[in-house]
Design a protein around this ligand. Structure first.
Ligand SMILES: *Cc1c(COP(=O)(O)O)cnc(C)c1O
Length: 396
């Protein structure tokens, strides 16, 4: 099997299509799908060498699998990472990273705007294992600084945040963390490396929910941790033992998804900008949150850090839950679902779905009002999306 490893000099568009490709003796053009749980050895000596690690090679798909390896190499190339380890889901990527790099007694500083399950993991599960998290406002660097303790091991953030699209100043947070020996990890799910490369901005680790834009068509679950090999090796050690590895089939689907990542994100971001500008002009809409709008409080920072505003737009309707639900319930085209990153546009009422389990006070603090709606913009014609939203908006 020949591995092509001369890819770093290529542009992202090229890497998305070709990086990590391997060919078997059949010289297939599309990446092969290796659906096998285990691999056989030529001899007892080779089996021993593979198990001890003296010889590189596949042993068992909980450890490595060639299709999964191809996915890892492609994503590593896109993120500009030395190495990447794939996981069964985005949440298992975050869990594996923390399990690999933190120990009982360590402390994490994280943003309040994190994905709901990440908040639950950090806030309710990790404390049982002696790992405490302080949550601070995404955009307030002073709050990050004040939260630092002698035992702080990790800064964890997600930018833009969900659903309010607040931007964390990545270089400023790296400047706080680095001199104190604190690692910085960014969940790059919303932007993907096509729009933002956190490792280039100085962070140590990038995590992904590959379930979202990397697949891009809502088919499979997956995740990844990318960064320096010294860290991903630790993630790998945890993963091969604990088990939440990516399936070969899902890796293969993700490889196909990544081939269209660049054109999807370009088109979906362009649609999102158009839709956000249109929403700003609607009399029933009181506020639009989108980093590509000049009205976004961190528009300049977003321009420095991201190639575009991305494909997530949120907005507040005049009124509260009743009015927001009216917009949702009048949609015939937009999918009512909490998922995002799909070619099909999705519409979510965060206060009663993704952020329904936190307390009303926490929602208030996070700015998740009852009138807030989130759209993950897909590839449909913007005029059709506007017509669909207008039906409900016109009844407010
Ligand atoms: C969906 C999501 C996750 C979790 O990923 P799963 O693949 O669902 O486990 C983590 N972070 C962000 C920003 C997400 O949107």
């Amino acid at each position: 099997m020949a591995m092509q490893d001369d890819f770093p000099q290529y542009e992202l568009e090229t890497l998305a299509v070709r990086a990590g490709q391997v060919r078997s003796q059949f010289n297939e053009h599309s990446e092969a799908l290796y659906l096998t749980s285990s691999f056989i050895f030529d001899s007892a000596a080779q089996a021993a060498a593979r198990f001890s690690g003296a010889e590189e090679g596949n042993v068992y798909s909980r450890f490595t699998n060639p299709t999964v390896t191809a996915f890892q190499e492609r994503l590593a190339a896109l993120e500009g990472a030395e190495a990447c380890i794939a996981t069964a889901s985005g949440m298992s990527a975050i869990l594996a990273m923390v399990m690999a790099l933190c120990s009982s007694g360590d402390h994490i500083v994280a943003s309040t705007g994190l994905f709901g399950a990440t908040q639950q993991l950090f806030g309710n599960i990790l404390p049982r294992f002696g790992i405490q998290t302080t949550f601070v406002a995404q955009t307030n660097c002073d709050a990050w600084q004040s939260a630092i303790r002698p035992e702080t091991k990790l800064f964890f953030l997600e930018t833009p945040s969900n659903p309010l699209t607040e931007i964390a100043d990545i270089p400023a947070l790296v400047a706080l963390a680095r001199p104190r020996g604190i690692l910085v990890a960014v969940d790059n799910c919303f932007c993907t490396p096509i729009l933002q490369r956190p490792l280039d901005l100085g962070v140590d680790l990038v995590v992904h929910s590959a379930t979202k834009y990397l697949d891009g068509q809502g088919r499979v679950m997956g995740g990844a941790v990318a960064g320096a090999k010294q860290y991903t090796d630790e993630v790998f050690k945890f993963l091969r033992t604990a088990g939440p590895t990516l399936s070969a089939f899902n890796a293969w689907v993700l490889l196909k998804g990544m081939e269209t990542l660049q054109i999807r994100l370009a088109a979906q971001s362009a649609n999102a900008l158009q839709l956000a500008q249109w929403l700003e002009r609607q009399p029933q809409v009181t506020r639009v949150h989108y980093p590509g709008l000049t009205s976004h409080p961190q528009y300049d920072l977003a321009c420095r850090q991201q190639k575009s505003g991305g494909a997530i737009v949120s907005f507040t309707v005049a009124g509260a839950r009743e009015e927001a639900w009216r917009v949702v319930d009048h949609c015939r085209l937009l999918s009512i679902t909490a998922n995002l990153g799909d070619t099909k546009t999705t519409l979510t009422h965060p206060a009663t779905t993704t952020h329904g389990r936190i307390t009303a006070e926490q929602r208030q603090a996070a700015g998740i009002t009852e009138g807030l709606l989130r759209i993950a913009v897909g590839l449909e014609a913007v005029s059709d999306l506007q017509a669909d939203l207008s039906r409900g908006l016109s009844k407010i």
